[in-house]
Write a protein that binds this ligand. Structure first.
Ligand code: SAH
Ligand code: SF4
Length: 380
């Protein structure tokens, strides 16, 4: 969920963290489903019930270190810390918005990359916006994440860790994470297997127990995976980043449109609705004089007619990716929405959260990368 707006005051917390060691371990506890963890402990000659204990402490108690797992013998705690660390992410910075309702987190991975996560507190829900990749290969013209290209996929465990860290913050306010949106850095359908493993882990009732209907995957339109998602047992929600009603415009904004043009994309969405009975959310970033006039709104409405859907209009959040793009004023935004409504297409304007703390998703990481480069230059 890309955030937007002017920068005012904020609270920044920084942690000094040990640099990751050269040895990058592939698996953490957060990568395992409960069934796999049971198999894993048994293979090591430990009783099966230890797996449930570990799962409980990881997701009900939200521990990040075995030292805090008091039910385990001391020797087992230190052995597990060596063989199966709980999380692969270390928090490095936290920014809290003025109204305290949005928190942006920056993590360091074991291979010294940076990952962003946003936690949003609403009166009736607490949502965490999770990243699924470092960078993104799609390169939409308005998106800061796409600027650097794709560095690598995140593992399921690295996604789960983002939610656990968010849940710890929520717990400080006596709240629980109720919703997950995979709308941070990256394209979930370019990392499909890890994303579905992530869904399985956070959905487990013995763990975080987040209902699949409360989990949204947002795609730029990787068509084959829309069909694949429709066949999954998990009833996760689908959001599609449309941003334009015709191929000429959409191909400029979302390059993957050249591979899967709008007709194919919308046909897949119709199949998805027919197969699942679930409505699709279309995201539409409004950019002044690019895709925000009333004729474009009418064209969009005509294309979506008859499709069970909802449109989220997201006023463009300025990023260095597209310095010439501007956010439209409130009247233009409202006119666009009203045209959709006139055609019977339900639409909501979503001013994204985290305005002053975050700017667009991908920017905090970009800032941190620049700092790291400067540090390296001064120490070498
Ligand atoms: N890759 C996926 C999910 C991550 S992006 C996708 O594109 O759907 C999540 C949402 O943020 C997308 O709808 C994307 O278009 C939007 N977004 C990206 N940059 C933005 C910006 N500068 N202002 C407003 N929304 C933006
Ligand atoms: Fe990738 Fe989504 Fe950004 Fe496009 S908007 S570059 S698909 S993260």
């Amino acid at each position: 969920m890309k955030s937007s707006g002017s920068i005012t005051m904020m609270t920044v917390t920084e942690w000094t963290t040990p640099r990751p060691t050269a040895r990058v371990q592939r698996e953490t506890l957060h990568d395992f489903t409960l069934g796999e963890l049971e198999a894993w402990v048994e293979e090591r000659g430990l009783p099966r019930y230890r797996a449930r204990q570990l799962f409980h402490w990881a997701y009900q108690q939200l521990v990040l270190e075995y030292e805090s797992v008091s039910v385990l013998p001391k020797a087992m705690r230190s052995e597990l810390s060596e063989t199966l660390p709980i999380s692969g992410l270390v928090p490095v910075r936290q920014r809290v918005s003025d109204d305290r309702e949005t928190i942006k987190l920056l993590f360091r991975t074991r291979d010294d990359q940076f990952v962003e996560t946003v936690v949003m507190f609403y009166p009736d829900r607490t949502t965490v916006c999770v990243s699924c990749q470092i960078g993104c290969a799609i390169g939409c013209s308005f998106c800061a994440t796409g600027l650097s290209g794709l560095i690598r996929n995140l593992s399921a465990g690295e996604m789960v860790s983002q939610v656990v860290h968010a849940a710890r913050l929520a717990r400080e306010r006596e709240r629980r994470i109720s919703n997950i949106v995979v709308m941070g850095m990256g394209e979930p359908f370019h990392n499909y297997d890890a994303v579905m493993r992530f869904v399985a882990i956070v959905n487990d009732r013995q763990g975080l127990g987040i209902g699949a209907r409360h989990i949204t995957l947002s795609t730029a339109g990787v068509v084959p995976f829309i069909d694949r998602l429709a066949e999954e047992p998990y009833q996760v929600k689908l959001a599609v980043s449309l941003h334009a009603p015709n191929d000429a415009l959409r191909s400029q904004l979302v390059p993957i449109n050249r591979r899967w043009p709008i007709d194919e994309l919308l046909a897949a969405c119709r199949r998805y609705v027919a197969r699942t009975g679930r409505r699709v959310t279309f995201e539409y970033v409004l950019i002044e004089d690019v895709n925000d006039d009333e004729r474009t709104a009418a064209e969009l409405a005509r294309r979506l007619r008859g499709l069970l859907c909802h449109v989220n209009l997201i006023p463009y959040n300025p990023t260095p990716a597209a310095p010439l793009f501007r956010r439209p004023g409130p009247e233009r935004i409202e006119r666009f929405r009203a045209v959709l409504e006139r055609y019977g297409i339900p639409a909501t304007v979503r001013y994204s959260r985290g305005v002053e703390i975050a700017a667009a998703c991908g920017q905090l990481r970009a800032q941190e990368e620049a700092r790291s480069r400067r540090r390296r230059a001064t120490t070498s």
